[in-house]
Design a protein around this ligand. Structure first.
Ligand SMILES: Nc1ncnc2c1ncn2[C@@H]1O[C@H](COP(=O)(O)OP(=O)(O)OP(=O)(O)O)[C@@H](O)[C@H]1O
Length: 299
């Protein structure tokens, strides 16, 4: 597997008085799928446009494999813009071939690649339809094909999953994983956090133009509050409050939710629970990415 790192180095961007990005730095490594998440207006699209060079940063730069993204590097980027960018009246096959040729493929290579990707994405029978005759989901598949048709060495996708049916979500997920497996760094933005949690090697949460948290899903989930749910039907209220670092979040019908802070030992909790009588369930509840996101955004 070979591949290059996509580096965002201290990017800042203003639109008039609006600070869209402030000193934003992070890497997308070869072969990794990076989920870029944040509230509406947090700065995701701005970041991705700067990476592609359709928007200039006020400060900082984007590099691929250590090289500043210039016109030539740009040709090796597969990009799916949020606003989508297809010619509505052009036929799907012609459009994909044309885009691949623009990126430097010969006519024959471009035609073969267009066939391969439309086949892979389940839109082969749409090759001769104009884009505006397709459903939105199928237009999105064409848009993904357009990002892939020139065999890019990096993929930058702005909300590629929005509006897709579950089958198309699976196809899109498989294709992203497949590309990452060949060493391509893949970054995509999404508001579907369950999907991000499931698919991404690492995740970055951006708030107000700054990187708030970054790491693997497990790392991020590990930095939040750890909750323990214990079903000990005979346990009285407050049974765990004497334990170091443990506080009771709720207690009803023999079910207790405990928050484990610094110094807390889950095995000590289990011992204490067993002293009250039988323990029917004992489970650690790590926050989901959605729960974490809500916490970060509301902070
Ligand atoms: N062309 C523009 N002119 C002025 N302000 C802009 C422009 N484009 C974006 N902004 C502002 O920059 C900030 C970042 O916007 P951006 O579109 O990058 O966010 P986003 O994270 O992609 O949001 P969403 O999830 O809604 O797509 C917002 O405050 C937005 O209003």
């Amino acid at each position: 597997m070979t591949g290059q790192t996509l580096t965002f180095d201290a990017i800042s961007k203003r639109y008039g008085d609006v600070v869209a990005l402030e000193n934003l730095s992070f890497d997308v490594r070869p072969g990794e799928i990076f989920g870029f998440v944040g509230s509406n207006g947090a700065g995701k699209t701005t970041t991705m446009r700067i990476a592609l060079g359709v928007l200039a940063a006020d400060a900082g730069e984007v590099r691929l494999g250590g090289r500043t993204v210039d016109l030539e590097v740009r040709r090796s980027i597969g990009y799916m813009p949020e606003e989508r960018g297809l010619y509505p009246k052009m036929r799907v096959g012609r459009q994909l071939t044309y885009l691949a040729e623009l990126h430097g493929l010969s006519h024959r290579e471009a035609t073969e690649s267009a066939h391969r990707w439309t086949e892979r994405l389940g839109i082969a029978e749409r090759m001769n339809d104009t884009v505006d005759a397709l459903s939105l989901g199928n237009q999105q598949r064409v848009q993904l094909a357009a990002a892939l048709v020139h065999d890019p060495s990096v993929l930058i996708l702005d909300e590629p999953f929005s509006g897709l049916d579950p089958v198309a979500v699976d196809v899109m997920s498989d294709v992203l994983a497949e590309k990452a497996n060949t060493g391509v760094p893949v970054i995509f933005s999404s508001h579907q956090l369950d999907l991000v949690q499931q698919l991404c090697d690492r995740v970055g949460i951006i708030t107000k133009g700054r990187m708030n948290s970054i790491g693997t899903v497990d790392e991020l989930r590990g930095t939040g509050e750890v909750l323990l749910e214990v079903h000990a039907p005979e346990a009285p209220d407050g049974w765990a409050d004497h334990l170091l670092g443990v506080s009771t979040v709720s207690h009803s019908d023999g079910r207790t939710v405990l928050s484990l802070g610094a110094g807390a030992d889950d095995q000590a909790v289990l011992h204490a629970a067993l002293k009250t009588g039988p323990v029917r369930e004992f489970a650690v509840h790590k926050p989901t990415l959605t729960e974490l996101f809500r916490k970060v955004v509301s902070a």
